[in-house]
Write a protein that binds this ligand. Sequence first.
Ligand SMILES: Nc1ncnc2c1ncn2[C@@H]1O[C@H](COP(=O)(O)OP(=O)(O)OP(=O)(O)O)[C@@H](O)[C@H]1O
Length: 266
Amino acid sequence: MVSIDVWNASVDFPIFDAKSRSLKKLALGKVGGKIGSEGRVPIIEALHDISLSLKEGSRVGLVGHNGAGKSTLLRLLAGIYEPTRGHSRIIGKVAPVFDLGVGMDPEISGYENIMIRGLYLGMTRKQMEARVDDISAFTELGDYLQMPLRTYSTGMRVRLALGVVTSINPEILLLDEGIGAVDAAFMAKARDRLKDLVARSGLLVFANHSDEFLAEFCDTAIWMDEGHVKMHGDLREVLTAYKGYDPFERMHMPHEAPVLSGNGGE
Ligand SMILES: Nc1ncnc2c1ncn2[C@@H]1O[C@H](COP(=O)(O)OP(=O)(O)OP(=O)(O)O)[C@@H](O)[C@H]1O
């Protein structure tokens, strides 16, 4: 059974090369984490006193303003950041999909990049060999797959990366927002694959600004605000509190409720 537990966790970033002395005074803007100081070094308190328990079947959307701590939380949940204070326990293999370009080498072919990116996301060579034809067909890149990646347009790279990402079997799938940033026609095609990917993931946390995306893939949500968990619960309730209106009322979707089964909210 996969799970992620976090107890009273904080993540600080000390900034050793901050320019202004006035930074040492506690400052708080509209966006971003709190800037404080520890001795003489300014620190950004990106996450503060986070406690969470995510179990198998969780489908969690992550919302919040710029700098609220979503990406930092995803990295904490991935085990990439250790908490500065508090504890975390991750049970299961994490597939972190934060940047579609990570793990891609411009000098090698599309085919080779499919393999490398798959290995990076926790698949074995054998598993990737079994998937490469399916991924190739999905990307519609044809003979380009034999060309070095540096000859691809941005959209072509995204096709390749999405093809690989949607082919994996993740125990814990952590998605940052970039995944939604492809052209509409290709996204429509990728959506079904994304849906299948989410359905076979043990646990999903998905940072995204699109209500439609969140409604399609998640049933609960966490609202991050200035490094804190401001609200954690049913997706619709959290989105309504965060936005100040119920976005489900304006949504043009074939179904009103999220289509995927999960832990049923809290
Ligand atoms: N590597 C880093 N070094 C210093 N500060 C950082 C670092 N990463 C994030 N921060 C700070 O931590 C806070 C939270 O940033 P984070 O990227 O987690 O926010 P976010 O909610 O993902 O924002 P966005 O929606 O704009 O992507 C911000 O104040 C940011 O300045």
